[in-house]
Design a protein around this ligand. Structure first.
Ligand code: SAM
Length: 316
């Protein structure tokens, strides 16, 4: 990988998106966020999904807020230390976080990295020609060893597979005492009114009726705080902050449905099963709709800061 920061090496030639056994539908968000044809899927479910739904993560995750009114993106931005060197937003998606980071005057160079061409195209549209964007795999970063001050990762670490390789690569790129600042999804609350478990149970019921093989999506080990600390430690990163926060978005059931449908998974089913899943999901959301006509969408997120050990990796 020999890309120069500032140059998007994305191949922008559009092609129909598909995954073996699955054709992802295009939705209106693609037109809103990308305005271009989806790029090649490359045989990977998550990449095929983002080919079609570029911009979906920020569309959903820019809504829920904590008690002080902050989104998970803002929690992350506030946790990034002041640095002179480059900040790399790992798996930057449509550049929503980069946009927020660039508003901080004490962060000079923010570079977005993502594997997905449709997401990078959406990021280019959001950030304009001044945004530094690179197409690269998290497991093979085009950065010199010990050259990056901060790596940020919003809702992405669990998707970087193989995870151990991606964490090792992040640690390699970080300067000694550099930081990884990440927001990672936490457990789904079932003990309060919440729309999210509606998808989980509707999905499980539909899967029981249509037992198809599910594609690999993420590495759940990073979701557990203890296992996460061990994984990061193995990579040479010491956890210094582990802050759990609850975010909430009270929303119309139709909007809640759209948000839930815009997660990895529903479209793995054939059409008939998708229809059944839709019906179940709508019914479960109606059951969770309050007297105000809104569904509470509760998110738990973990803000994690991990610092690179002091070892000078250039000497290793
Ligand atoms: C859930 S989205 C998060 C996007 C963005 N960070 C946000 O929160 O708005 C996950 C992103 O990870 C990217 N991704 C997945 N695997 C990757 C890999 N191995 N290397 C680089 N990016 C990857 C996807 O293309 C997608 O843009």
């Amino acid at each position: 990988m020999g890309g120069r920061p500032g140059i998007c090496r994305a191949d922008c030639q559009g092609k129909a998106s598909s995954f073996p056994g699955l054709t992802l539908v295009r939705d209106r968000r693609q037109a809103v966020c990308v305005g271009a044809a989806a790029g090649p899927a490359g045989g990977d479910y998550v990449q095929a999904w983002h080919d079609v739904h570029a911009g979906a993560t920020s569309m959903v995750m820019s809504r829920p807020r904590d008690v002080s009114g902050r989104t998970s993106y803002e929690l992350l931005v506030d946790a990034v230390p002041t640095v002179d060197g480059p900040v790399v937003d790992m798996a930057c998606g449509d550049g929503f976080l980069i946009d927020a980071l660039r508003r901080r005057r004490d962060l000079q160079h923010v570079i977005g990295v993502d594997l997905n061409t449709a997401e990078l195209r959406a990021a280019r549209q959001r950030l304009g020609s001044g945004g530094a964007l690179l197409r690269a795999n998290a497991t093979a970063l085009p950065f010199a060893t010990s050259s990056v001050s901060v790596v940020t990762a919003h809702f992405s670490l669990m998707l970087l597979l193989p995870l151990d390789d991606a964490l090792a690569e992040i640690a390699r790129a970080l300067q000694p005492a550099g930081s990884l600042v990440a927001v990672i999804p936490g457990p789904i609350r079932e003990d309060v009114p919440n729309g999210w478990p509606a998808l989980r149970s509707a999905f499980a019921e539909t899967h029981a009726d249509h037992p198809i093989e599910l594609p690999p999506i993420q590495d759940d080990r990073i979701l557990d705080p203890d296992t996460r600390a061990t994984l990061l430690d193995t990579a040479g990163l010491t956890v210094t902050t582990n802050q759990r926060t609850e975010l909430i978005d009270r929303t119309d059931p139709a909007v809640a449905f759209d948000q839930l449908w815009l997660t990895y998974g529903p479209e793995v089913f054939p059409d008939s099963a998708q229809t059944a899943l839709r019906d179940r999901l709508r019914q479960k959301l109606n059951e969770r709709t309050g007297d105000d006509g809104l569904v509470p969408m509760v998110h738990i997120v973990d803000l994690v800061v991990a610092t690179s050990d002091q070892r000078d990796r250039r000497a290793v």
